[in-house]
Each structure stands twice: as structure tokens, then as C-alpha cells.
Ligand binder design. Structure first.
Ligand code: SAM
Length: 218
């Protein structure tokens, strides 16, 4: 861990016990969840923008959905998970936190869900699932996003491999190349303005509209 990350980690607010428990469970079971600094940053964006309706692609065990709700307790969240065991675990975690009225977990592939959903709109979308499908997730959720809404893409710097093509790893280089292609596409998207923030594993913030001529409206 570099000095800046170490310093920022120490500056994070103390977690409630249930949050620490979820982080420990994820680590023990090898379930990838958002990096604490990235999570804290997303929560701050939520406090700033107050999104009423949030869509999450990639629930895992419900950690980020619960934390996003913590940042805006009035929000309604739809979160999609295709792994049955994780979906069931997320359901239990959300029930234990008594947040079923605010978090609706959908079991299935986000691509199928997004191709079918017609009458929903969202103010914020968090993409945190299969890295090779980010462009598809983005294209399918963009029409559901209100003008001025945000799409956040997690892991867009992927452990440092995206920025450094010389960094060797048998599997990560392939993923990094896919993310590099996604980032290039995203930065040049005609309807969105994007900024990539090097916090956590790298978060892209894409704002719909704002001075751009939109080809569609939610
Ligand atoms: N957002 C979660 C958190 O921070 O607590 C972590 C999500 S984890 C990085 C990614 C999850 O996305 C995995 O549990 C995986 O099963 C799920 N996933 C991958 N591709 C998916 C898809 N096409 N549709 C729905 N879920 C998907």
C-alpha cells in the first residue's frame, strides 16, 4: 500500500459493526466487494447528488447496496446478481438489516433484465460486474438514466494494470485490455461527460447530458 492510500485508509470514518462484519465475510469467502476508499467515495457522491432511484449491476452479498442506502436512506435501489448463492446471501443480509423496503434484489443476468425493463428510470447507476461487459451494461442502462444522472463504473484502473501495459500477469492483462477499450469508448461517448478518479480500484464518473446534445431521454 502506498503512503497516500495508507493515509486515506486511516482517515475513513469508523464503520458500524454490521458493515465490518460484511467486509470480513466477503474476505473470508473470497467474494470481491468494493474497495473501502472507492466505497466511501461513491457514498460521498450519493450524499452530494441525492439520487432517489439507484440501479446496481453486481450485488455480490449486498455490501455496496447497503452502503449506498446508508448514504441516502430514502433511496430505492434495484440491484442485480446472477450468482444464486450470492443472491441468496445478499437477500439474507438485506433482510437482517431490515432494508427490504428499499433494496430490491433481482436474481439473473443484468443484460437480460436491462433488455426487458421498460418503465423504470434511475438517477444513478453503479456498474460493478463482469469487466468484459461494461460497455453492454452501460449502453443498456443509459436510456433508463435521467438527464443529469450519473453512471459510475468501478475497477476502471484495475489494480494498476490498465495504466501500465508493461505490468505482467497471466490473467489481468487481458482484463486490463478490455477495460482500456471500455475507458476509451466511455471518454468519447457523445452523450456523457466522464472523469476517471484514481481512488480505490479506479472509478469512472459519467454524467448524462450537461451541455451535450442527447440522442435519447429517460
Ligand atoms: N458491488 C458489490 C459490492 O461491492 O458489494 C460487488 C460486486 S462483485 C465485484 C461482482 C458481482 O457481479 C459478482 O457477484 C458476479 O456474480 C456478478 N455478475 C457478474 N456478471 C453479472 C451479470 N451479467 N449480471 C448480474 N450479475 C453479474
Amino acid at each position: 500500500m502506498d503512503k497516500i492510500t495508507e493515509y486515506l485508509m486511516q482517515s475513513l470514518p469508523a464503520n458500524e459493526a454490521r458493515v465490518t462484519e460484511l467486509e470480513q465475510t466477503a474476505e473470508k469467502d473470497g467474494v470481491p466487494i468494493m474497495d473501502p476508499l472507492g466505497m466511501n467515495f461513491v457514498m460521498q457522491l450519493i450524499r452530494l447528488t441525492n439520487p432517489g432511484r439507484i440501479l446496481e449491476i453486481g450485488t455480490a452479498i449486498g455490501y455496496s447496496a447497503l452502503r449506498m442506502l446508508e448514504a441516502n436512506p430514502d433511496a430505492q435501489i434495484v440491484t442485480i446478481e446472477k450468482d444464486e448463492e450470492r443472491f441468496q446471501q445478499a437477500k439474507r443480509n438485506i433482510k437482517d438489516a431490515s432494508k427490504e423496503d428499499h433494496i430490491d434484489i433481482v436474481y439473473g443476468d443484468a443484460i437480460d433484465y436491462l433488455q426487458q425493463v421498460k418503465d423504470s428510470t434511475f438517477d444513478l447507476v453503479l456498474i460493478d460486474a463482469a469487466k468484459g461487459k461494461y460497455q453492454c451494461f452501460f449502453e443498456l442502462s443509459a436510456p433508463l438514466l435521467t438527464n443529469g444522472g450519473l453512471i459510475l463504473s468501478d475497477n476502471v484502473l484495475f489494480k494498476g494494470y490498465v495504466a501500465d501495459s508493461e505490468k505482467q500477469h497471466p490473467n489481468y492483462q487481458v482484463i486490463a485490455e478490455k477495460i482500456r477499450t471500455y475507458n476509451d469508448w466511455l471518454i468519447n461517448h457523445p452523450d456523457f461527460t466522464t472523469s476517471i478518479v484514481p481512488i480505490g480500484d479506479g472509478i469512472a464518473i459519467s454524467i448524462k447530458g450537461r451541455g451535450k446534445e442527447l440522442s435519447y431521454h429517460a
